[in-house]
Each structure stands twice: as C-alpha cells, then as structure tokens.
Design a protein around this ligand. Sequence first.
Ligand SMILES: Nc1ncnc2c1ncn2[C@@H]1O[C@H](COP(=O)(O)OP(=O)(O)O)[C@@H](O)[C@H]1O
Ligand SMILES: [Mg+2]
Length: 289
Amino acid sequence: MNAPRVSLERVGKDYAGHDGVPVPVLKGIDMTASDHEFVAIVGASGCGKSTLLRLVAGLDDVTSGTIRVAGRPVAGPGPDRGMVFQQSTLFPWLTVWQNLRFSRGLAVNAEATSLEVSQYLARSEALLNMMGLARVRESYPNQLSGGMQQRVNIARALVANPEVLLMDEPFGALDAQTRETMHDLVLHLFAAEKTTALFVTHDVEEAIYLADRVVVLAPNPGRVDSTHVVPWGRARAQELKLESAFVTLKGEILARIRATSAVHADHELLASMAVGARAQSVREGGTNP
Ligand SMILES: Nc1ncnc2c1ncn2[C@@H]1O[C@H](COP(=O)(O)OP(=O)(O)O)[C@@H](O)[C@H]1O
Ligand SMILES: [Mg+2]
C-alpha cells in the first residue's frame, strides 16, 4: 500500500492557560488521509478542529508528535498545502483574476521560469472556468456574493496545485441553498483534481455528503473518538441525503458527537429546568401541559 498523503502520529498541542500552565487542546491524534481521499472532521465546538487544521497547514507548531505530508515532516506553511477559511481571505483591492494570479504559488517561487508562469496562468484560467467564475473575473471581492467569494478562495487555494487542500468550515457563513450548490461544485471539482482534502465542519450532513471518511473528534482534550467510512462512491446527488442508510449514518455520527460533548450536559440541564418549571406551574395552580 502507498504511504498516506497526510499522516498525523501522536499529535498533541498545548496552549498556555490563564496562569501560564499549558492546557492540552489536542492529545494523541493519529489520523491519515490517503491519495485523493476526502476526509471530513467533525466534533463539538471547541474540540480543536481548527487547531488541527492549522497544525497541518503549518500555521502553528505541534507540541508533540509528527505531521507528514507525502512523508515530509511539516515545518511551516508551503505550496503543497492550500487552505480555505470560513471568512474570505481575498485581497479586497484586487480583482478576482488578480487574486488568483498573485496567490502564494508564484510568490514563494520567485525564480519561476516563463514556462512555469504560463502553466500557472493556464491553470488559473481553467480553475476560473471550472468554478463558474469566468463572468466575474474583473470584479472585486466586495462586488461578489458570499458563495462567489468562497469559490474564488477555493480556486486560489488550488491554483498552486497543492497536494492537500485544507478547508475550515468554508461554507459556514453561507445560506442553506448556496451551501448545496457549493457541495455539488466541490464534488465536481474533486473528481477533476488530484488533491487530497481535509475538510472541517460542524455540519454532519455536509461531512457525509462530501467525504470518503468522517472523523469525529471528542473535546477536552481534542482526540479522535471514532472514524466512519462513507460507503458511497464519489458520484453523488442531493437525493442521497434522503436515503435511509444516509440518515442512519448521520444519526450514528450525531450520537457520537452528543455523547462526547458538553452539549450533553446542557440537554440534561434544560430537561431539569423544564421539570422544575412544570413543578412550579403546578404549585401555582397553572395547567401542566
Ligand atoms: N491561540 C490560542 N490560544 C489559546 N487557546 C486557544 C488558541 N486557539 C484555540 N484555543 C483553544 O483551543 C480549543 C480548541 O479551539 P479550536 O481549534 O478553535 O476548536 P474548534 O475549531 O473545534 O471549534 C478551544 O478551547 C480554544 O479556546
Ligand atoms: Mg473552528
């Protein structure tokens, strides 16, 4: 078997707490993504999903363990990894086309030959078409809808032909309808591209619909709770979400998130408050619904 494209071995990350004492945010994370695999990472808010992605991106250093991309230990950001965040990171003073052209790929490679530059521009052009952005190539980011801006962000992350595409809740700020469009676009894009994807989301349905595998992180400290294989091939349509096997898988993953998160405790609190409120209403002579 081929070595994994991305591997995390016993990865831990501490942040300094209030009193300077290190607080473990991630602990003992073992995870891999093979070539052209789409791995979704879900888990309760604050369980360390963004931290994990930042470590793979090289935007932050691990406290323990090793992260490798194509066998090479990660020691900082590099053009082999493209990143997309929830909020647009486009340069507002550049047009869509200029944003693509001035991406990191050429900046880190100032000695690019004219052939490399022309290949790069051809790839930018192809991505622009594939993402349905040709019409807005001369527009500025603030003239675009949120969905369009995220398309440009994804195209820009892909322009340097990264081995790994890292996405941190890229559609979290979009409305439901735009998200669906983006999902189908991502499936289409992923079929055409050679990249491997790590995709963070809190939306379990989105995770299953897009991924080959869904990894659930448990919080305090963030660790892998369970991994769920998505049994469908890559050709997917929205109707899949209605199938009973899809709904069952979604239920299983949601149950794991609930079982591992503090929301569990919140539910218990709400239930006890409801009981308390009912008891009070009975005492005051009100009707008990
Ligand atoms: N730079 C930082 N310094 C200290 N604590 C941080 C920092 N970044 C994140 N954390 C803490 O790490 C935990 C995980 O955060 P994060 O990775 O953003 O979670 P998620 O993306 O799953 O919501 C949270 O408790 C957060 O407060
Ligand atoms: Mg996050």
